[in-house]
Design a protein. Sequence first.
Length: 317
Amino acid sequence: MSTPAERAGGTHWSEHEERSNLWVLSTMRWIAIKTGRRVARLVLHPITVYFLLMHGAARRASAQYLTRALGQQAGWTHVYRHIHCFASTILDRVYFLQERFEAFDVHAIGTEAIDIPIASGKGALMVGAHLGSFEALRAVGEEHDIKVAMLMYEDNARLINATLKAIAPEAKLRTIALGRPGAMLEVRDWLDQGGIAGLLGDRLLPGAASSDRSRTVVLPFLGAPARFSDGPFRLAAMLRRQAIFMTGLYQGGSRYDLRFTELADFRERPAGGAAEQEMRIQHAMHTYVALLESLCRESPYNWFNFFDFWAPDAASV
């Protein structure tokens, strides 16, 4: 099933946004390297004004989301703060990828959710969202000598790898492209080697509205129906792993709060067979969306899905 944007003749988010992010990342890298973080943060203000004025679709999507998350009509000042928060995390992404962790004050909350799977040598499967910064997880990985990989759609992986290497050519970066033969075995082997594998659960893969490995689920989110993919949880079930929520919430300045929460445990085969497994996947989906909604209300300026998330026909999917 095509998305509303595709039916209108537009490009899918996976192509449009990642290409946009590549340009933003390249710009931020140049500013970060040439000026340093203190000066670069001052430059974020004119960059924010530029995006606020020139990117109407993102501005409208931000206002729509913030109105739901804040419980009041969002104005220009709210949208400005939202875009500035996003720009701040993009800038910090450069330093995280260059492993300059000393520049940040990172607090980890709920690490008990990942202690056992990591200590067992079976790694951890993280399910996040476009909420805060995934790169902040690298600070914990560095501290505990844990390998971190990002799972993403194959075309996105190709688009972003070149820029990530340009940002940090010496960094031990790893992405695993999904949607191709052998991808599941690669993820399994990465986890079996004690690594962390993270993927984002608040986007639909193009052309994957319904398949054996991913289905579109419509759930209430911030007061209206929205589409989510259950693919991350079907992946966890196939690999017989725990699914752990992770986010790095930006708190301003140099402060990031890492949050870890177990969403589901698929390590044991269900006694009730496929029917019980399906129930477990759906329960994990509801838990994930409820947690995401709670965090969006707690830290509303940290959610960076700048597109029409609540499509008018979502309830009919």
